[in-house]
Write a protein that binds this ligand. Sequence first.
Ligand code: PHE
Length: 347
Amino acid sequence: MSASDLIANLEKLGDEFLQLIQPLGDEQTIRAAQAQFLGKKGKVSEVMRELSKLAPADRPLVGAAVNKVKQTIEERVTERLGELASAAARADLARVVDVTLPPHPAPAGHLHLLTQVRLEAVQIFSELGFVVADGPQIETDWHTFEALAIPKEHPARDMQDTFYVSDEIVLRTHTSPVQVRTMQLTPPPIRIVAPGVVYRRDDDPTHSPMFTQIEGLAVDVDISFADLKGVLLHFVKRFFARDLAIRLRPSYFPFVEPGAEVDMQCSFCMGAAPAVASCRVCKGTGFVEIGGCGMVDPEVFAHVKIDAEKYTGFAFGMGLERMAMLRHGVNDIKFYYEGDVRFLEQF
Ligand code: PHE
């Protein structure tokens, strides 16, 4: 056989193999077909045996053609086996995963109850024209006490057992120092609320060493106690979405005069007899305390250089854990801070 006949034969073998392998659907038969062509007694090997009969000059050409057909066959085998493997994997997947089913929704978190309550309180006050003010949690003794008419040996300091950082620096025990900072910076008219974390050496089911207050301050000409009461009443009604009453009980805070404790009608029993007697929240009184308030004391105005002859102001401070507790029935302040998802998920 001539060199060109051999080359033509080899090309035909290549084509023949491609035809042969096309319908084969498993590795075993594909490997058998491969052996039929490339094995020791295979069709390609047969052609190779003819090589020795050729003139030496013709051998390289035919040799190259042999290599080419070998390569074609091997490549096609690898390719075909790969196709079969991925088809099998797809079939497997379709058997265990129904890709047409809707996915499980990814669990998404939400704002912490206290954050929700804080934002809501700010929203309600902002509708009345108050803007948010802020101050440091690590505060000077002067802003926390002195400027609020609570000098060093004043007994009112005991009302708020303080964490001292140094002689002159404390963890703020209330948000009232933000009143001082605001009045130092801004001339009246002032209408601010200051929500934030405060610290006291207190720890039991209703007290935590760290808790949240919201402070309010309004300073302007002709601000009256009636304005204070109106703002607090509006807040309570909006926050609890109920027509609840409030009660301002005369009380003493050195930085307000007159001062009062803010009580609201118990949102649990609504102060209604006979339930009221057994109500665990208000202990049968029909009212619960939610904060303190009063008219800004002229001594405070003097510290921040606001003219007490021209301006008057009111201030209030409320506990946000308390508000959330009264609205949602949270009976231990620890729940807010432990991060137990079973608790948090409910809000
Ligand atoms: N700062 C007071 C407290 O934490 C509350 C208060 C604020 C009272 C403003 C009067 C006016 O107890």
